[in-house]
Design a protein around this ligand. Structure first.
Ligand SMILES: O=C(O)CCC(=O)C(=O)O
Ligand SMILES: [Fe+2]
Length: 400
């Protein structure tokens, strides 16, 4: 399919529609069965390596390096390869895992990642075509950097299920994921239903990351998703996560009276870093239009609190924290103090905090605030349910 043709244009519009409505869609893509089978066979081989070998693969960046054995997601293991789509990087990773070399692994994984990146480029171009923003796409593609993540979900056993990955939103610009034939990836729709991705060899799922959502000024949706491991078959998946280097800025064409600017310029990579540390690295994070509106939000909250019958100061404070936190955390504003306060108040923080922070969950457990991962999941589900309704309330209060 080539840009400029009618079928290109109509497919681009469907892609845009899917991304705006669901933040994801499934693509049937031309990949040979042989490459698919080899890729997943070799991925299994990689995960069978001894733990001390796997641990050689380290990285400072969240989601890169080797990770696994998280208290909150004990069935999940991954290798995030900062490969930038290059053969050299895959080769370096291969020789770290197999010092005597493993040419077949290197070749195959690189070829599979190339399929994913080709797909990623096509979709970016289609997004550009559909918004008539073609001119922005080549620079975005050229500044993209990639991470290939190979993932394993241990099988929990006959008639059992367990958390694979807790609900989260990707921090990437876009993610393209292929998996073996085992189901488990679920995506939340805007109205709160979870839908399954039904895998098969030629199918890939494209998932919007928070960076693309922000770049599109919020037009494109960024869905919450999770993985549930079930039964006796191990699930393996391989994702290509795209991050855009440099400063991302909402195109002026996507800003008008009906769609005022919602996100200040931000850096995708600093945003990723920020999410890992949850720290005060604000300058590059996704910034918001909520900050200038905070004072008006405060006054509306104040009047809402006053409308309660004799609210105690704790109630007002809790109300404030519960209302502000979901928005602030989603938009990376004022998170550290609020997150600390939320922790004090016993709320589970933003899912991305927990995702990369097994120590935090460990600490909760030590303090006797969390018994087991079922309870963590329940709290998280409650938190997420609360977020969506309260966010709507805050929007209402802000007159949006
Ligand atoms: O393994 C999958 O299917 C999904 C993985 C995922 O959501 C992630 O790595 O962010
Ligand atoms: Fe994800």
């Amino acid at each position: 399919m080539n840009p400029g043709t009618n079928s290109w244009k109509s497919t681009s519009d469907s892609v845009r529609q899917a991304l705006e409505s669901y933040g994801c869609f499934v693509v049937a893509y031309d990949i040979s069965l042989d490459l698919y089978e080899k890729t997943f066979g070799l991925t299994e081989e990689l995960f069978r390596l001894p733990m001390e070998t796997k641990r050689r693969h380290i990285s400072e960046v969240a989601g890169f390096g080797y990770g696994g054995n998280y208290a909150v997601m004990p069935l999940f293991e991954y290798f995030g390869i900062e490969d930038d789509g290059t053969f050299e990087a895959t080769k370096k990773f291969t020789s770290l895992m197999w010092p005597d070399g493993h040419h077949k692994f290197c070749e195959t994984i690189h070829s599979y990642a190339k399929v994913l990146s080709k797909l990623d480029h096509t979709i970016m171009k289609m997004v550009g075509s559909s918004y008539n923003l073609e001119k922005y796409m080549d620079p975005l593609i050229q500044s993209s950097t990639y991470m290939t993540r190979l993932m394993r979900y241990h099988a929990p056993g006959e008639n059992k299920s367990g958390i694979g990955i807790i609900p989260h939103r990707d921090k990437s610009f876009m993610s393209v994921i292929g998996t073996n034939e085992v189901k488990g990836l679920e995506i939340e729709t805007r109205d709160g239903n979870w839908i399954d991705f039904e895998p098969s060899p030629g199918k890939f799922i494209v998932v919007v990351g928070e960076a693309l959502m922000a770049w599109s000024n919020g037009r494109i949706y960024c869905p919450l998703h999770k993985v549930t491991a079930r039964g006796t078959k191990e699930k393996y998946s391989i994702g290509l996560f795209t991050f855009v280097r440099g400063i991302l800025q909402v195109p002026e064409e996507l800003i008008d009276d009906e769609n005022p600017l919602k996100f200040k310029p931000f850096s995708n990579l600093e945003f990723l870093e920020y999410c890992k540390e949850g720290g005060p690295k604000m300058k590059g994070a996704i910034q918001t239009y909520y900050l200038p509106s905070l004072s008006s939000l405060f006054s509306r909250l104040n009047s809402l609190a006053l409308s309660f019958q004799s609210p105690s100061s704790t109630e007002v404070l809790s109300l404030f924290l519960v209302l502000i936190f979901p928005i602030a955390s989603r938009h990376q504003q004022t998170v550290p103090p609020i997150s600390a306060a939320i922790r004090l108040h016993g709320f589970i923080p933003h899912e991305s905090d927990m995702f990369w922070d097994p120590l935090y969950v460990e600490r909760l457990r030590e303090e006797g605030r969390v018994e087991d991962r079922v309870e963590v999941q329940q709290k998280l589900d409650q938190y997420i349910a609360r977020t969506s309704t309260l966010e709507a309330q805050v929007k209402w209060m802000m007159g949006k």
